[in-house]
Design a protein around this ligand. Structure first.
Ligand SMILES: *[C@@H]1O[C@H](CO)[C@@H](O)[C@H](O)[C@H]1NC(C)=O
Ligand SMILES: *[C@@H]1O[C@H](CO)[C@@H](O)[C@H](O)[C@H]1NC(C)=O
Ligand SMILES: *[C@@H]1O[C@H](CO)[C@@H](O)[C@H](O)[C@H]1NC(C)=O
Length: 211
């Protein structure tokens, strides 16, 4: 085994086995934003181990669950409401969202407010499309694609929706960041990310309730 392969193999064990070993099912509908960002929330792809921090927003939206679900996945409409992710680049064969969305779909998010002086981009991959889970929630998610198979940074953004009655949908949106070399840099931006997640939630509520 070469010197390079040994650390890679060790890292694979450290990063991936715990998720498989302790993959206790998450009760998505019961999750709430943690009061301490270091008490992170689990994600579908990476589980609950090796979390560095979670940024999170939750609120109630006075609209049917399906309307909220479709708004979250209608990436083409983001420029009309989302001040955080103000544009999304999609594959050429995806001409209508959310209808053409598929698990594995690569996207480039254009984001404002993360870095102090400039906009930023991040490559993301759609990981979950579950509009009506029998357990009483809906879940969609995408994960950060570092282009290094997760060696740079692992992060995932789930959106959990629960119908709380009276035409109201509870929206929980968070991103959990896991141990990795790039995560140390992102930790410096945690405050900005948290602010932008709160803005994005307020933007979504205004957009869905107004439409
Ligand atoms: C959302 O509404 C439910 C049901 O009325 C309520 O229990 C919950 O506290 C509300 N959550 C928020 C974040 O306002
Ligand atoms: C677009 O391409 C991807 C990957 O080749 C495929 O999985 C998906 O079904 C395609 N979508 C449409 C709407 O053609
Ligand atoms: C970020 O992009 C938006 C939309 O293209 C633009 O209006 C804004 O000036 C940009 N902000 C910075 C800091 O470059």
């Amino acid at each position: 085994m070469s010197l390079f392969k040994l650390p890679a193999a060790l890292w694979a064990v450290i990063c991936c086995l715990p998720a498989l070993a302790y993959g206790a099912p998450t009760d998505w509908a019961s999750l709430h934003c943690p009061s301490n960002s270091a008490d992170g929330l689990p994600t579908p792809t990476y589980g609950s181990d090796q979390i560095v921090f979670t940024v999170c927003a939750e609120l109630n939206i006075s609209a049917p669950l399906n309307d909220v679900y479709n708004a979250i996945l209608n990436f083409q409409a983001y420029p009309s409401w989302n001040t955080f992710v103000f544009a999304v680049d999609l594959p050429p064969n995806v001409t209508t969202t959310p209808a053409d969305d598929y698990v594995g779909m690569p996207m480039t998010f254009h984001t404002a407010g993360v870095l102090p002086l400039s906009n930023s981009t991040s490559n993301e991959i759609l990981t979950v499309l579950d509009p009506a889970n029998p357990s009483g929630y809906s879940l969609s998610a995408w994960r950060y694609d570092d282009g290094l198979g997760g060696f740079g940074m692992r992060a995932e953004h789930p959106n959990v929706l629960v119908d709380v009655g009276d035409g109201v949908t509870h929206y929980l949106s968070f991103e959990t960041y896991y141990i990795g070399p790039e995560t140390a840099l992102v930790l410096l931006l945690k405050g900005n990310l948290q602010t932008e997640f709160e803005k994005q939630a307020a933007d979504l509520k205004a957009y869905v309730e107004g439409s």
